[in-house]
Design a protein around this ligand. Structure first.
Ligand code: NIG
Ligand code: FE
Length: 417
């Protein structure tokens, strides 16, 4: 199909395809064209520009943007959106004063989700996850990473990853899968953490690799979860089996996880609520993407990561939703951008780049996704007419998105087959 979008008030988020990420001061420079058109063919952007150069409509399916804006789709590089049930009881526990760690120590938290996932069929998990996928697609997400980590046994981790594979095959979003067997120590291994790490390295990782089910390997490296030594061992085993590293690091403590991630060549280190000079120094000059999840800090009521300082020191920063039933029951990237603006003091332009191109870089897909550029996959959404690109982040609960296009076609939420 050949697509021509006309009457675009502003195309925002134009970044040339050879820019893998934006860092430091360049994060705040918005590439834009006003009064514009855009074309796509076979799922890729073939051209765009100001109205004067608009091609004749012959042979195109024409979409009239009616003066609204066009933004690149979000690349949400960190979610746990395959899960069973919900955890609003823990939400109440938190309101009544328990911390995330206290809930986990009582056998709630991740273990609670693992019990429910164990009892759910692949079909049920797929159906529940697809509801979430349709919701995030409507809200502007075009690429998404999904983690395992509510299985915590070989069989259930494989079950989760097969659900992610099925989603990947049936939706036009770009999907990446991450194995997170080391999310928590399984109930039947409590008190035997070393044996659980052995299981992750010697049984789960080889089984996942044998079926080619994961692109990345992740570990919850933090106080009360997995140690630096355990994390290093798991990441190295994953690498041997062809999986790039990601880490949940420095959410609960100055754990050393950021430095470890950089040393191990992790694609990203995520959370970073507890980051200071040492963490920022480690990230400087590395290709590891610091990925901030303000939705989780908001929901848990913990400190926010020092985004302003990271950007001032020249780092690139990505934003992701952390969509999961315990610490961030929302995959709304506009909400994430609004939190980045109000709580992290990122500008709307910085937040947009962090949620699109830098999110794509955190998945290793920024050559094809994350900005408006000729040759990139045509993932974008249109808004109704708005006064400025900043308005999109400012009016953060107004339903401004009118239509979303994935691979150059409007997606109505139907599975591909
Ligand atoms: O990213 N921090 C660890 N894991 C998730 C929470 C998972 C859960 O509570 O179910 C997170 O916040
Ligand atoms: Fe997470």
């Amino acid at each position: 199909m050949k697509l021509l979008v006309t009457h675009i008030g502003t195309i925002a988020g134009i970044v040339p395809a050879d820019r893998e990420r934006l860092a430091g001061a360049e994060m705040d420079r918005l590439g834009r064209i006003d009064d514009a058109w855009l074309t796509a063919e076979e799922g890729r952007i073939t051209g765009f520009g100001p109205r004067a150069g608009q091609p004749a409509a012959d042979g195109y399916t024409v979409v009239d943007a009616a003066g609204g804006m066009l933004f690149p789709s979000f690349c949400d590089s960190h979610t746990h959106l395959v899960y069973a049930g919900s955890r609003e009881q823990e939400f109440l526990d938190k309101i009544h004063g328990l911390s995330y760690e206290e809930i986990a120590r009582r056998g709630g938290g991740i273990l609670n989700s693992a019990d429910r996932l164990h009892d759910a069929t692949e079909e049920e998990l797929y159906a529940a996850a697809m509801e979430r996928i349709r919701e995030i697609a409507r809200k502007g997400t075009g690429a998404v990473e999904i983690k395992s980590g509510y299985g915590l046994s070989t069989e259930d981790e494989l079950k989760m990853l097969r659900v992610i594979r099925r989603i990947r095959r049936t939706v036009p979003l770009e999907v990446r899968a991450t194995f997170l067997g080391a999310h928590a120590v399984a109930r039947n291994y409590l008190g035997r953490q070393g044996a659980y790490v052995d299981l992750v390295c010697e049984e789960m990782l080889p089984a996942v690799a044998a079926e080619g089910l994961a692109d990345f390997v992740d570990v919850f490296c933090d106080r009360g979860f997995f140690t630096l030594e355990e994390t290093r061992r798991i990441l190295r085993r994953g690498r041997e089996l062809g999986m790039r590293a990601k880490i949940h690091a420095n959410e609960l403590d100055y754990s050393g996880g950021v430095q470890l991630g950089v040393e191990e060549g992790a694609l990203s280190v995520d959370h970073l609520e507890r980051s200071g000079e040492a963490e920022i120094a480690a990230l400087r000059g590395s290709r590891t993407m610091p990925t901030l999840l303000p939705g989780a800090a908001f929901f848990l009521g913990i400190d926010y990561p020092p985004a302003r300082r990271m950007i001032r020191e020249g780092l690139a920063v990505a934003l992701a939703s952390d969509y999961n039933p315990g610490s961030s029951p929302s995959g709304d990237m506009r909400m994430v951008m609004a939190l980045a603006a109000t709580q992290l003091r990122m500008t709307p332009t910085e937040a947009l780049h962090a949620a699109t191109l830098n999110g794509a870089a955190a998945l290793g897909i920024s050559r094809d996704f994350g900005s408006i550029a000729v040759g990139k996959v045509a993932n974008f959404f249109l808004t109704r007419p708005i006064p400025s690109p900043e308005f999109f982040t400012y009016a953060y609960t107004t339903p401004l998105i009118t239509r979303t296009f994935l691979r150059g076609e409007e997606w109505n939420g139907e599975p591909k087959g």
